[in-house]
Design a protein around this ligand. Structure first.
Ligand SMILES: O=C(O)CCC(=O)C(=O)O
Ligand SMILES: [Fe+2]
Length: 408
């Protein structure tokens, strides 16, 4: 394995993917980014079928960080044309995001290709749930080091007509971009470039106060920051990474970032979490909940205590994508599997020890159990997950104790 530091804010580059144990110690536990060379994605169907060597470079010169591959539009159009996708217009801001619309993939390609000049830097296909849309196509393999992924284990397993996931494809032309943000739930993300180059600007956590104006709004586009509104933004420590064709970036929890595409770019992006970033995610749920409670505090007097808590949970789910019910649902789902792993005596190589994951869940469960409203909300919804999770925790802790006393 070769690795080298790329910048003052440590970004380690691996020509070959590191072992899971190394990745766990150096990146998941330390919450540090990593860039992995194209060997990891070389055999993916997405790399061989979706991309082709570039015919002519039409990008502005980005200090020689020009792409070597481009989309195979004909193949993509013919194979996936009928799929419904969501497209952002990078020239139109919509609060903290860009204006989005729905269309077919074929319409997106046509819009982009038919008027290349006019649409330059404009149309950006985002958050395409590709695996859900084409479950039998197998465009890529989740790399071993990203396998311990509780979000994408739990959400698709929910008993719903159209279960959600956090497995996306992104696709856009030169100059399209994603505005400054930190990821949903403060989850990790990983992103593999199928073709094109992405310019990432990453900001280590702990500098969030530098990103806000006096009303609490965050910077939208780091290339266009009003110094009067955001006088301290320029002080923020950051690192710029050019993610070239075929390479994969690990974005740790709570690292704010902006992404700009150089050349026609396609990427596969997953948001994910596990025991290593659970506490950070729980903290973000806590601050989102506090914000919701504060925002609707003026209607508190019109409701009884339970109704207020239920309303906060409903809004939390809409705004942040999760709440107590989904957190406990995830715990129940993951612990069922941890129990099976223990019973099978065949722990997965690409996961930390069961005890480590269990302790992380225990800590978050104990934290939230101090809130009396938790019990009343679950009881009112006739949701058994509080009891299910408590029982699983005790069962697995008991099993682990027994195993360690047998071993000694
Ligand atoms: O590629 C992009 O435009 C955005 C990706 C991103 O923000 C992420 O993977 O976290
Ligand atoms: Fe992101």
């Amino acid at each position: 394995m070769s690795d080298r530091k790329l910048d003052a804010v440590d970004i380690t580059y691996y020509a070959e993917p590191p072992s899971y144990q190394h990745f766990l110690a150096e990146h998941l536990l330390k919450n540090e980014p990593a860039l992995i060379g194209p060997a990891l994605t070389a055999s993916w169907r997405a790399r061989t079928e979706w991309a082709q060597p570039i015919k002519k470079t039409t990008t502005r010169d980005h200090d020689n960080h020009n792409p070597t591959t481009e989309p195979n539009f004909q193949f993509l159009f013919q194979t996936f044309g009928a799929a419904q996708v969501q497209v952002a217009d990078c020239l139109e801001r919509d609060f903290t995001d860009q204006k989005r619309g729905n269309m077919t993939f074929a319409q997106f390609i046509e819009m982009w290709q038919s008027n290349a000049e006019e649409s330059a830097g404009r149309y950006y296909l985002k958050d395409w749930h590709f695996v859900k849309a084409f479950p039998d196509y197998h465009a890529y393999e989740v790399p071993d080091i990203f396998e311990d992924d509780w979000m994408n284990e739990y959400w698709p397993s929910r008993d719903e007509e159209d279960p959600d996931d956090y497995r996306f494809v992104y696709m856009g032309g030169d100059g399209t971009f994603t505005p400054f943000h930190a990821d949903v739930y403060r989850s990790y993300s990983w992103s593999s470039n199928i073709c094109g180059v992405k310019r990432w600007t990453l900001f280590p956590p702990g500098q969030e106060h530098l990103f806000k104006d006096k009303f609490g709004n965050n910077v939208y586009d780091i290339r266009d920051v009003d110094e009067k509104k955001f006088p301290r933004f320029s002080e923020a420590k950051r690192v710029v990474i050019y993610q070239v064709d075929g390479t994969t970036l690990f974005v740790p929890s709570g690292w704010w970032h902006q992404v700009e595409n150089i050349g026609a770019t396609i990427s596969i992006n997953h948001n994910w979490n596990n025991a290593c970033n659970l506490k950070m995610m729980s903290k973000s749920l806590g601050s989102d909940l506090a914000e919701v409670c504060h925002t609707i505090s003026d209607v508190k007097d019109m409701m009884d205590a339970l109704e207020f808590e239920q309303t906060c949970q409903r809004i939390l789910l809409i705004n942040s994508g999760w709440n107590w019910e989904t957190l406990w649902g995830m715990f129940a789902c993951i612990m069922e599997r941890l129990k099976q792993d223990l019973d099978a005596h065949s722990p997965c190589e690409n996961r930390p020890p069961v005890k480590f994951s269990l302790n992380a869940i225990r800590e978050v469960v104990d934290y939230w159990s101090r809130f009396p409203a938790l019990k009343t909300v679950f009881k009112a919804a006739d949701n058994q997950d509080l009891q299910v999770v408590d029982k699983l925790l005790i069962d697995i802790e008991h099993k682990l104790k027994k195993m360690s006393s047998m071993a000694s």
